[in-house]
Design a protein around this ligand. Structure first.
Ligand code: NAD
Length: 496
């Protein structure tokens, strides 16, 4: 395949890019003076240089947050909701610029980036509503077997929280943490991915402009080792909410154990889409390709394992190959492009290694062997069939546009194969039999199951998985509870 042509959309001309740390209500340089070069994955050109913080910057940010928390914690929910709604309006006002930065820095097609921006707005709006609800549903009385006493349960903000996020859905993974943390009354230190800080810093500038008291919201950009690790270790941080790889999540949890801080983890996945013989095949092709190639397959929720009833396997694979062959890979800014590049050279090389290993391990490659030459981290949609269940491509998270297909002979076989994973994030079931859809969803060890539906995620619901995919849940009321402590107040009734 030839090199995709990449247009140069330079949003940097339109408005100054934010490249500094934001600490205690001010933009500032990193203590050590270090910077990171931020690349455009479509061209490998440098988009910007961003300040790279270290442990001193983390300490300054955490101390600023701890000072701010003393009064921020006492604000009422409606006050906090006003800030959240202001952020949502700010994102709406700058939505096209945010989407542009997302596509430039992450490489996803502009249409996908616009979906991300919509998700950010919806998340801030949703948690604004929950914050307002806190004023109404504050203390709740618990029925106890004592006429003389009264027990109240109250939710309080957890304290200073560290938010550590990855590069595959910048702004979205941030919003899923930042909105509930602020709604709960926590003070925040955010550490964006060192690969995609540009859309995150733009979001940060919107948050900074909404007038939050200094120190309530801080951003320290930099590497995992220089910024993430000291944030997870800091004794004044009450809780770390981390989204990223399972290995780094384990490290964060071990670090947090030293100061016994709370930890929420959103980690990797290796999820299945199960296609039954009674499925609408057109729908199945849409759902399989959407679950595997959206965001170039760089999704924790990628349904990269296809389990298909043997009787329709050939027909489904034929259509998947056809769809993959027609997928337009290229410049994320060109209308009609369906897949951009992978987001970093490291990810590109990792995916290439997995494709090579899949072939060595005996999986049969049916499409995707044509290299994409030239600049940029482009990979064609790739499909393996007859994939051995003990192969790395079947068992490990690849995080790229690589689909692995196996056939099954019975419903129970399909369920067992889907559950045979150390992960349990999501699953999709495609069937025209409603009872079967429900039965299979009930039997799957996964935090989210879509039946005949694309991967829609509403902030009102829940996000997270079983087994090594997650610790805790985001979104919905669970996302708010993750940033709250519980206080019981027991008093004598006559002392009221
Ligand atoms: P990563 O684990 O390499 O990095 C995630 C974040 O952690 C980055 O900000 C990084 O700088 C930081 N970090 C790295 N080392 C650290 C350390 N020692 N201490 C503290 N922080 C450190 O992950 P990634 O490559 O950025 O993202 C891809 C991974 O994220 C995939 O495994 C994917 O499945 C996962 N992910 C999960 C979800 C989910 O909701 N479950 C969502 C998106 C991505």
């Amino acid at each position: 395949m030839s090199t995709p042509q990449v247009s140069h959309v330079d949003s940097t001309d339109e408005m100054q890019l934010q490249t500094q740390l934001y600490i205690d209500g001010r933009w500032c340089s990193a203590a050590g003076g270090a910077q990171l070069a931020i690349l455009n994955p479509s061209t490998e050109e440098v988009l910007a240089h961003v300040d790279a913080g270290n442990a001193d910057d983390v300490d300054r940010a955490v101390r600023a947050a701890a000072r701010a928390f003393k009064s921020w914690r006492n604000t009422n929910g409606s006050t906090r909701a006003r800030y959240l709604r202001a952020i949502a309006r700010g994102v709406e006002a700058r939505s096209e610029r945010l989407a542009t930065l997302q596509s430039q820095n992450n490489g996803k097609p502009l249409e996908e980036a616009r979906i991300d921006v919509g998700d950010v707005i919806a998340t801030f709006e949703y948690y604004a509503g929950l914050a307002e609800g806190l004023d109404v549903n504050g203390d709740s009385e618990v029925t106890i077997p004592s006429a003389e006493h009264r027990a109240l349960i109250r939710r309080e903000p957890a304290g200073v929280v560290g938010l550590i996020v990855p590069w595959n859905f910048p702004m979205v993974t941030t919003a899923w943490k930042l909105a509930p943390a602020l709604a709960a009354g926590c003070a925040v230190v955010l550490k964006p991915s060192e690969i995609t800080p540009l859309p995150e810093l733009e979001l940060a500038s919107i948050v900074a402009e909404c007038g939050l008291p200094p120190g309530v919201f801080n951003v320290v950009t930099g590497t995992g080792v220089e910024v993430g690790a000291p944030l997870a270790a800091h004794p004044l941080v009450a809780k770390v909410s981390f989204t990223g790889s399972t290995g780094v999540g384990q490290t964060v949890m071990k670090t947090a154990a030293d100061t016994l801080k709370g930890v929420s983890l959103e980690l990797g996945g290796k999820s299945s889409i199960i296609v039954f013989a009674d499925a609408d095949l057109d729908l199945a092709v849409d759902l399989v390709t959407g679950g595997a190639f959206f965001n170039a397959g760089q999704m924790c929720s990628a349904t990269s394992r296809v389990l298909v009833d043997r009787s329709i396997a050939d027909a489904l694979v034929e259509r998947l190959v056809d769809r993959a062959a027609r997928t337009v890979v290229g410049d994320p800014f060109v209308p009609g492009v369906q897949m951009g590049p992978l987001t970093s050279r490291a990810q590109f090389e990792r995916v290439q290694r997995y494709i090579a290993r899949g072939k060595e391990e005996g999986a049969r490659l049916v499409i995707g062997d044509e290299p994409v030459t030239g600049a940029g981290y482009f990979v064609r949609p790739t499909i393996f069939v007859d994939v051995p269940t003990n192969s790395s491509v079947w068992r490990e998270e690849i995080f790229g546009p690589v689909l692995c297909v196996r056939s099954f002979d019975s419903e129970q076989d399909a369920i067992d194969a889907a559950n045979d994973s150390e992960f349990g994030l999501v699953a999709t079931v495609v069937t025209s039999d409603t009872a079967r859809g429900k039965r299979v969803a009930d039997a799957l060890d996964a935090g989210v199951v879509w039946i005949n539906a694309p991967q829609l995620i509403f902030p009102q619901t829940s996000w997270g998985g079983y087994k090594r995919s997650s610790l805790g849940r985001e979104l919905g009321p669970f996302g708010l509870a993750a940033f709250q402590e519980i206080k019981q107040i027991l008093s004598t009734r006559n002392g009221e």
